[in-house]
Design a protein around this ligand. Sequence first.
Ligand code: AGP
Length: 618
Amino acid sequence: MCGIISYIGKSDALQVLIKGLKCLEYRGYDSAGIVIGDETHPFTIVKSVGRVELLAQKVAKIAIRGCVGIGHTRWATHGGVSEKNAHPHVSCDGRFILVHNGVIENSVGLKALLKEKGFTFYSDTDSEVLANLMAYHYGRLRELPTSQRFAESVRISLCEIQGTYGIAVICKDCPQELIGARKSSPLILGIHPDGFYLASDASAFAGQTKDVVFLSDNEMVHIHDHIYQVQDLSNGLINPTVETIDWDMNASDLGNYSHFMQKEIFEQDVALRNTILGRFSKDGSSAHLGGLQMTPQELRQIDRILLLGCGTASYACKVGEYLIEKYARIPVEVECASEFRYSNAPLDKNTLVFVVSQSGETLDTLGALHEARRKGFKSLAITNVVGSTVARESDGGVYQRSGPEIGVASTKAFTGQICVLAMIALYLGRMRDMSFSDGCEFVRALQALPDCVQKTLQGCESTMKTIAHKYASYKDFFFLGRQILYPIAMEGALKLKEVSYVHAEAYPSGELKHGPLALIDENVPTFVLASDPSMLQKNISSMMEIRARNGKVIAVATEGAHVPEKAYNDIVYIPSVYEAVLPIVTTLPLQLFAYYMALERNCDVDKPRNLAKSVTVE
Ligand code: AGP
């Protein structure tokens, strides 16, 4: 979603900002802007609707220089997509220039108050209100020295707004200073001997420095005189922890691939190898997950598990529900994080909560985490991004180690989440009823998974490409799955919608005859996930029902399974695997189908319209 990169130091800010904005493109945005200047160069703002490349071309035509700057990619919330609404925003006296991620919920009231005091507005955004609020307080604080006056204006304004923010702000009266602050929207300070970076995502300054401070909610950083000071908005200066980030410098490099989605699909064997690395018990019968930070005794006392996530992560949770209930025999509930945060469902005392989030920054998932913790439940995280807000605000958890995921459509993060949940099922199962030999069989299946994933992708790529070519013009698809493969049907439908803009719906296979069958005809193809041997005959019945109504069937089945030819139009075979890893292997052809459908339909695979990688607004 919206991205921030800002810089203050000895280098030319322009190069830093354009490079940083390009790194943030994957998050999704619709317009971009920068402001650059310093004590010898006047601050100049340039904005552009559309891609960062357009902004770069625009900037190249004008002389814009300086060692201080802030840049932003905007994903419209308040006001349409236009240069007027793009960031940075400026107070009407021209003094404060800021970029803002998040939503200011009381902006309407504040705007009315400021208008009464003579402030004027040019945009439809809530962010411009914040710039003017800072200018208003600056006017009141004349007795303070300039630098302190700047910082106090920002601090008081932030205390008066309701909602969420990650901001970077410049005051023209202090041209060698920069302030940043956050509340429910990430902001990271990068520290380098020659300067400082402030970004919503550390990838925006990847390779520049490894030393970072992850600002916490209600914290503000003031960079001036070559130093930085962090303060809590209400409690004064604090001593922040400087952490070290390990950059994966290849993450933003496509290598031999055409798109990040393609790269990330084919990286899944490596990603899964990393997920399981060093995480099995010495006797080879269980998982070893120290990050949960709970003793075996505490884990045995758990009566219920609640899994929370959004979108693809919520489908991983649904798979986790089947796995934990089957192998650990603990009742599991799954709820969309966006629903849970406002619901008031009664929860058992001994409920353990897991929030699942690739980015670790999804606002709805964070809201659910806060709500679960507020109610006193132990809340753990499954996330891919080290140091993300979800990771820092949970009571412990498991990192996926899937590596940076750049494509907006989640692929390797989804299979990584399922893999972690499978390991949790194994770990909890071995503490309860699962036998030693069953545990060893589970471990062997997970150890064999990376090779199996590689083989499956190689084996089904050309088939899925051919099938995508054949069905590229169809406008509606069904995806059917039973039991542990029903969430995979949902994920297959979501992938297709996201990247190729084709309508797709998922149902449990048995539900077809309870309504959706009315829509089946020769124009509505159906994927039937028939790779679960225990459900094969039931799935063949569903296929026959569809074929009897002239519907087209694309079946996913395991090698060696006998599926009558009359039951399908097209079929893709995957290896026969242990049930706990079946959802991962069955997902692979569906990811490839979505990818090749997007190519057939000339869609922007890595940056689908209207979507953002990290959804940091409600
Ligand atoms: C996945 O393809 C989607 N882009 C989306 O559903 C995503 O999974 C969801 O927004 C949750 O993101 P998170 O895992 O970063 O929290």
